[in-house]
Design a protein around this ligand. Structure first.
Ligand code: PGA
Length: 243
């Protein structure tokens, strides 16, 4: 596992952008596994700007989003579908068929999970997975649990995750209680993983993920078993690694 410690969030986003642009230059139809949340916003902004300026051509990429809230559709301002279109997909102008996000409004959520795994499979898996990390060590919405779930599944969100995400909603009660998330199978099947972490609230989880026991209680710890992970983390997020 390679760890790149950056001085700040801006530098983290610059390096992540360079990595994604390099990979997309080598493989224009690259399948990108993509995360939501605050951490990748700087990356998406830089990628959109590189695309606009002709420094990168992202028009052929495929996006596979990690997760979506159950009960929120793409018309909902706080759905991850809306986040992705607003912050990235629209800005690089890719057609809907290339932008994949689980449908949080599906009437049959189990079938939606199977459909989503089939989409990932039919694209040949993920080439480059961009991940954030939760303060509780989650990746996607794979929450701390008794076992690692391989396939896309429905997950009950932990209280700590709902509290963290309450900042986006008018009240904590409005945060959905469940989500559809890809499992660790699709994430670990990615050819390469970029794990991004910023801020002191991620320091404990990042240290546990990189150097602690491999356990489903810290879902990101499974990344220790992946052969090609680059962690890009700012100084604050590395606070419990450096001692
Ligand atoms: P954040 O979320 O980027 O908003 O901190 C990361 C995550 O929960 O995976």
């Amino acid at each position: 596992m390679e760890l790149i410690e950056t001085g700040d969030y801006g530098q983290l986003s610059d390096i992540a952008c360079e990595e994604v642009c390099k990979a997309a230059a080598q493989k224009p139809h690259i399948v990108l596994g993509l995360a939501t949340g605050s951490t990748p916003l700087g990356l998406y902004e830089r990628l959109a700007s590189a695309h606009r300026q002709g420094k990168a051509n992202l028009s052929k990429v495929y996006g596979i989003n990690l997760d979506e809230y159950v009960g929120l559709g793409k018309e909902h301002a706080l759905s991850y579908a809306r986040y992705m279109w607003y912050n990235f997909y629209e800005l690089i102008g890719i057609p809907g068929e290339q932008a994949n996000i689980p449908d949080g409004l599906a009437t049959d959520l189990e079938s939606e999970c199977r459909r989503y795994d089939e989409v990932i499979r039919s694209l040949g898996g993920i080439d480059l997975q961009v991940l954030g990390i939760g303060a509780n060590g989650h990746i996607g919405f794979n929450e701390p649990a008794d076992f690692f779930a391989r396939d896309t599944h429905i997950v009950q969100l932990s209280d700590s995750t709902r509290q963290m995400n309450a900042r986006f909603f008018d009240s904590p009660q409005q945060v959905p209680t469940a989500a559809v998330t890809v499992g660790v199978g699709a994430i670990m099947g990615a050819k390469r993983i970029l794990l991004l972490a910023s801020g002191p609230e991620k320091a404990t989880a990042l240290a546990a993920a990189l150097y602690g026991a491999i356990t489903p209680r810290v879902p990101a710890s499974i990344l220790q078993l992946h052969p090609c992970v680059t962690v890009i983390a700012d100084r604050a997020a590395c606070g419990e690694i450096n001692g």
